[in-house]
Write a protein that binds this ligand. Structure first.
Ligand SMILES: Nc1ncnc2c1ncn2[C@@H]1O[C@H](COP(=O)(O)OP(=O)(O)OP(=O)(O)O)[C@@H](O)[C@H]1O
Length: 311
């Protein structure tokens, strides 16, 4: 049995339209499936957890129709069930996970491939635990986790009252531009003590620390241009000692990878990253935001089967 988890609000309603097209396809009526619509934040996680506990041996695959946030929730609902296959039909506003796995098909064409082929490949997600969570309360991520300026922009935009209004007139992404300009003048860089694979260093005036499974983030920005996804390593980007105006240049050049030549950026690889900050720091994980003072990040030990059709 296939389980569809659909976030009808993702992509300003695009996910609902995509799902309706799938529902109208004759193949949909030939497969055994059940569909669940998310009704509120974190509902995708609750649904996935309940369903996998209810039907542990009957599920062929979860099929997520939505954006990165919905995929992140379903992934976390399946945290203790690494053998359950997962497929993602991108219909959000960002969809970086689809870019990360080089999925070119969309909508009905992708749905047909998911139910008629067996292109499931191993995917090693990330595990993170902030100081605000107890030891056994680690969570998973599918794309990246970032700390600092960019996360503050996401956090501010998610909390802003103007985002609701901009979403209503379908220019929700403009809320990030407004938040970016707000943060540009107000953000205070942090001092971070970072331990990467056992080596500890302290960095002053840090604007961003971003830990990526693949190169894409923020809705199509290629933050780590040459990132090669693999089972062991993350790509780690550190941005420090940069002027406020140059930050603007960074967010313009990131679309074609020009930012990687900035002397203020270093990109390294690591299996495990720990850090602590001198004061609370914003984080964004798969586009969802929060606050912490320290965090531990490593890769999932067991891989998951994720539908990856990149032809
Ligand atoms: N019925 C609902 N009403 C409001 N919010 C919802 C509902 N269902 C899920 N959500 C929340 O919507 C948020 C955004 O979803 P999602 O990330 O999938 O879409 P998106 O923001 O359009 O896409 P992307 O993250 O790829 O840019 C998630 O945090 C999820 O918890």
């Amino acid at each position: 049995m296939y389980i569809f988890i659909v976030n009808p609000t993702a992509g300003d309603g695009r996910a609902l339209r995509v799902f309706k097209n799938i529902q109208n396809d004759p193949l949909f009526h030939k497969i055994s499936c059940r569909t669940f619509f998310t009704k509120h934040k974190a509902h995708g996680e609750e649904l996935a957890k309940q369903l996998v506990e209810m039907y542990p041996d009957k599920i062929t695959s979860f099929i997520v129709v939505g954006g990165d946030g919905t995929y992140h929730e379903v992934l976390n609902g399946l945290k203790s069930y690494s053998t359950i296959p997962l497929a993602f039909i991108p219909a959000g506003s960002g969809n970086d996970f689809a870019r990360g796995i080089s999925s070119k098909l969309k909508g009905v064409r992708l749905f047909k491939k998911v139910v008629s082929s067996s292109c499931y490949r191993p995917y090693w997600g990330g595990v993170y635990r902030t100081d605000r969570r107890k030891k056994h309360h680690s969570r998973l991520f599918a794309n990246s986790i970032g700390f600092g300026f960019d996360a503050e922009v996401v956090r501010r935009s998610n909390q802003a009252s103007y985002k609701k209004w901009l979403n209503k007139i379908h220019i929700g992404s403009l809320s990030y531009v407004v938040a970016l300009l707000e943060c540009l003048f107000r953000y205070q860089p942090r001092t971070l003590t970072i331990t990467q694979d056992g080596v500890t260093t302290t960095h002053k005036n840090v604007w961003m620390l971003t830990i990526c499974i693949h190169g894409y983030y923020g809705g199509g920005m290629k933050i780590i241009p040459n990132s090669k996804m693999n089972e062991h390593n993350f790509s780690v980007l550190l941005l420090k000692n940069i002027s406020r105006w140059k930050i603007l240049g960074l967010f313009l050049t990131v679309f074609w990878g020009g930012h990687q030549h900035f002397k203020e950026i270093s990109i390294t690889e690591a299996v495990q990253v720990d850090f602590s900050a001198n004061q609370p720091i914003a984080y964004q994980v798969d586009g969802q935001s929060g606050l912490c003072e320290s965090c531990h990040v490593n890769k999932e030990i067991k891989s998951r089967s994720v539908f990856q059709y990149d032809k």
